[in-house]
Write a protein that binds this ligand. Structure first.
Ligand code: ADP
Ligand code: ASP
Ligand code: MG
Length: 417
């Protein structure tokens, strides 16, 4: 059972979480993974920035991992106050071993025989999400939203029957229900689609957690912790299940799910658009631009190269995460001579809107529906990318909500009232 930041925001809410855990513990062995209280990690990140703008990632991890330590202890205490046996297992105690960079570490192994023995003896294990221990024995963190990944990794390590991710919405919807009131809750989503939705901005699950669940075959349910005592028990699957293609096939055959061309729509406002003007239109020019960005681990997403104008020059436009924009601009400025461009034009007032669905593999026309629907509302498209099960467009950030609503209707996803 994993509880996110809003579910853990304050002792009152932690008591509600403890009640949900206690009820589940009556018929299962239970491990719980918790996030820091909502807003706490942001607050800690800001302290690091204030202390030292060029902070050492290892010390950043020491600071930002502390929010989860607090909520783990508080949940264990609250469970004890309800008469349950419970104890906390910090990342280094389990241990959750991690590799790669501080502040965005990856879990390598979780071998927690003592924790498993304690669970078998009837004690509820409470684990802080987000944190681990590096090769050098130092505290590490898994990147923002990483508690979802902690939960899936621990579920895989203890061979759990299910990984229930409790949050502030009661499942995965066709789009963010806070933007589109007519969004529909999905009974199930395939791993592949959820992975794509998460990677293009549906923040309900961290992308890595879905990739790991797919690889390890962990059964995930997304459900709400904001429920009353009369709520449908988690074992009766009131939320959204993340399932394999085969399981989805069975659900469709049994009439529990309908096949849709588009499963969901996501948006992402954290991208920035960069245009380099008057780049020489010759072999190797594009490599000169993207090689230094790749070397600096800056992820380039959409790329457009305009048809060469006269004088053998062209414009190249691409997107990078907004957080990496300053670094990208500095790197390109350094290479101005080698690349031979005229100007850099950067724009952070953009948003990426994506439609995702496995139905696209076998049906044409998904992209054209998107382009027509947006054009009917006068929404201009700045860039486009596609994959086998996704079409993304870049638009003006001010038009994000409108675009998501228009597309939701255009693909027939609106709930009937
Ligand atoms: P937690 O703190 O529990 O980890 P998050 O804020 O990370 O919760 O994720 C839950 C939020 O994800 C919801 O409040 C909702 O606004 C947002 N969200 C975005 N896309 C979707 C979607 N397709 N279905 C459900 N929620 C979504
Ligand atoms: N507390 C961390 C964050 O805010 C991890 C998480 O909640 O998933 O990113
Ligand atoms: Mg989250």
């Amino acid at each position: 059972m994993k509880f996110g930041g809003t579910s853990m925001a304050g002792t009152e809410r932690i008591r509600r979480v403890a009640n949900i855990v206690r009820a589940q513990a009556q018929n299962s062995e239970v491990g719980v993974v918790v996030s820091a209280m909502a807003g706490e990690t942001d607050r800690l990140v800001n302290f690091c920035r204030e202390a030292n703008a060029l902070y050492d990632p290892a010390e950043y991890d020491v600071v930002v991992s502390s929010g989860e330590q607090v909520t783990s202890g508080l949940l264990a205490l609250t469970l004890q106050s309800l008469g349950c046996k419970a104890r906390s297992w910090l990342g280094w105690q389990m241990p959750v071993k991690t590799v790669e960079a501080h502040s965005k570490a990856r879990i390598s192994t979780i071998d927690a025989p003592e924790m498993v023995a304690s669970m078998e003896a009837g004690e509820i294990a409470v684990c802080p999400g987000f944190q681990g221990i590096s090769d050098e024995g130092r505290v590490s963190t898994l990147g923002r939203g990483g508690s979802d990944t902690s939960a899936v990794a621990i579920a895989a390590a203890v061979k759990a029957d299910r990984c229930d991710i409790y949050t502030d919405v009661d499942g995965v919807y066709t789009t963010d229900p806070r933007i589109v009131a007519k969004a529909r809750k999905l009974k199930a989503v395939t791993y592949e689609e959820m992975l794509e939705l998460a990677s293009v901005g549906a923040k309900v699950l961290q992308t890595r957690s879905v990739g790991l669940a797919m690889k390890e075959g962990v059964r995930i349910q997304v459900l709400s912790s904001f429920v009353g005592d009369d709520a449908v028990p988690a074992d009766e699957l009131p939320g959204t299940l993340i399932v394999s293609d085969d399981e989805m096939e069975l659900m469709v055959e049994r009439g529990e799910m309908e096949r849709q061309l588009v499963t969901g729509i996501a948006h992402d406002k954290n991208e920035a658009k960069v245009t380099l003007t008057r780049v020489p239109d010759k072999p190797g020019a594009v490599a000169e631009i993207f090689t230094p960005l790749a070397a600096a681990s800056i992820n380039v997403d959409m790329i457009i190269q305009n048809v060469g104008r006269d004088k053998g020059e062209t414009d190249v436009t691409f997107t990078v995460p907004a957080a990496d924009l300053a670094r990208a601009e500095a790197l390109l400025e350094d290479k101005r001579e080698a690349i031979g461009f005229n100007r850099i034009i950067a724009d952070t007032q953009v948003a990426k809107i994506s439609v995702v669905g496995v139905g696209m593999k076998s049906h044409a026309g998904v992209a054209s529906t998107m382009f027509s629907a947006l054009s009917e509302r006068g929404i201009n498209i700045l860039a486009i990318t596609t994959s086998e099960i996704k079409v993304s467009v870049l638009i003006d950030e001010d038009e994000t909500e409108l675009a998501v609503r228009v597309l939701h209707t255009a693909y027939g996803l609106d709930a009937e009232d």
